[in-house]
Design a protein around this ligand. Structure first.
Ligand SMILES: [Zn+2]
Ligand SMILES: [Zn+2]
Length: 153
C-alpha cells in the first residue's frame, strides 16, 4: 500500500488541470479504492507498469479512460510493445473497465472503445501486409512474419 501523501494526486491539482469538482472527486474515490497504485496527472492517459496510472487532461471520456488504465493495472500488464498480444491486452483492459464502470456508474461508450481497439486492429492489419506484394502475411510463434507468396509457401 502506498501512503496517500506519496500518491501524487490531489483534488486541487486536478482542478488546476481543468477538471471540475465532480471529476476530481471521482478520481479521489478511485485512489481510495485502489491503494496499491499511484495516480499522477499527466499529458496522456496511460498505465506505467507496475503501479502508476497517469490521468490525462480533461476530455469527454476522462472517467472511462482512467478506468481503462486501471484495467491494465488490474491485469498486471507489463510490456506495451506493439505486437499481437497488445490487442489482447487492450481487450482485457476494456473488459475490466466495463466492470469498473458499472461499479462507479460511469457511462460506457462502446464507440469510443471500438475506436480505440480499431487503432490496434488497423496497426496489426498494416503490419501483417507484405511490404513487397501486399498480401496478408502470417506470423510464426517466434513473432516473425512470412509472406506465403514471396517466401514460396
Ligand atoms: Zn490500453
Ligand atoms: Zn509478399
Amino acid at each position: 500500500m502506498i501512503p496517500r501523501s506519496d500518491r501524487g494526486f490531489t483534488r486541487e491539482k486536478a482542478v488546476e488541470k481543468g477538471y471540475d469538482k465532480k471529476h476530481a472527486a471521482f478520481f479521489d474515490r478511485l485512489i481510495d479504492d485502489f491503494p496499491g497504485y499511484r495516480f499522477i496527472l499527466g499529458t496522456k492517459f496511460k498505465f506505467r507498469p507496475p503501479k502508476t496510472i497517469v490521468i490525462g487532461p480533461p476530455e469527454p471520456f476522462s472517467q472511462l479512460l482512467v478506468l481503462h488504465e486501471v484495467g491494465h493495472a488490474i491485469c498486471k500488464h507489463k510490456s506495451f510493445k506493439m505486437d499481437v498480444r497488445r490487442l489482447k491486452m487492450e481487450n482485457q483492459a476494456w473488459e475490466e473497465a466495463r466492470k469498473l464502470a458499472v461499479r462507479y456508474k460511469v457511462p460506457v461508450d462502446e464507440d469510443l472503445i471500438q475506436d480505440q481497439l480499431d487503432t490496434y486492429r488497423d496497426w496489426l492489419h498494416q503490419k501483417s501486409r507484405c511490404p513487397d506484394c501486399g498480401l496478408t502475411r502470417f506470423q510464426t510463434p517466434d513473432g516473425q512474419y512470412h509472406c506465403p507468396r514471396c517466401e514460396g509457401f
